[in-house]
Design a protein around this ligand. Sequence first.
Ligand code: FE2
Ligand code: FE2
Length: 336
Amino acid sequence: MSSVVPAFNRGDPLSKRPGVDTQLAASLARALPLPPFRLAHISDLHLPPPERGAGPELQPKRLLSRYAWRRKRLRHDPAALAAIAADVRAADPDHVAVTGDLTNFSRLEELEAAALWLGGLGPPQAVTVSPGNHDALVGRSGAARFAPWTPWLGDEPELEFPKVRRRGPVALVNLCSAQPTALHLAQGVLDPEQLQRLPAILRRLRAEGAFRILLLHHPPAHGVVSRRKSLRQGPELRSILAAEGCELVLHGHGHQATVAALEGPEGAIPVLGAPSASSSGRHGPAARWHLFEIDRGPHGWAVRVEARGLRGGGGGVERLGRYALAPSSSVFHRPS
Ligand SMILES: [Fe+2]
Ligand SMILES: [Fe+2]
């Protein structure tokens, strides 16, 4: 048996070579449990802006953001982010989801620097980015603004969201809530086209038996962040999810570790927010990331989450907790 095991990798079709007993091969393949799909979630990197090329700033929103950055820059520590990124790479997940705010002022040179950083995290096929409000402070709307990140947004060159990526048993449905808003607002906006396309996408992926994970920067559950930072189309998105469902929603933006539940057609949908992966811990939770293990068990999907991060006050990245999610019932949690 051990000589057979290495021949079967996740997703491999069974051999069609003449002389191979495909029935026996199929029963052997069934007998071998597939390893869980492992997804890393990091968010709100707020990479330090490049020194050169900034130039005089004429956009009031960027000026305001630069003023805020001067106050808040000590909240973000490149060393903390480097430690988190090293820990993610060491965990060797199947895929990494990055839910936005990679930059601070959404300047082109920041987007290009962020693309370089993403390249160090993993190949674009294994990393998906959902942009945040800081990645779209001003300027034109639409995916073209994120051109340096195109390989990380989805598999298709088309620019429209939602973009879908199939990876093993998982379907990543990448929404973009990053659009320029008024001066003092950090709200999220889902344009009507995204909302229009989403139900059919969720329905199709459900029919395919995929574990559907929605990615977006702004939290879709009511009350997770203040109105000034909220998702404008939260009610519309919640009603789509109530009708079509999905198995997990991941977001950033709040710079807090949050758990919420949204109504789905077969029970609660878990919604998890990750804090900033570069947080120094001086104001709010220290840098952290989440590792999801997704498994199809005899009674449906099983999801485990490991929170890993810095505890603040020195030390390296360590396990902060381990929990089990219940995608079709009351959400959470069982420390182990
Ligand atoms: Fe942020
Ligand atoms: Fe944000």
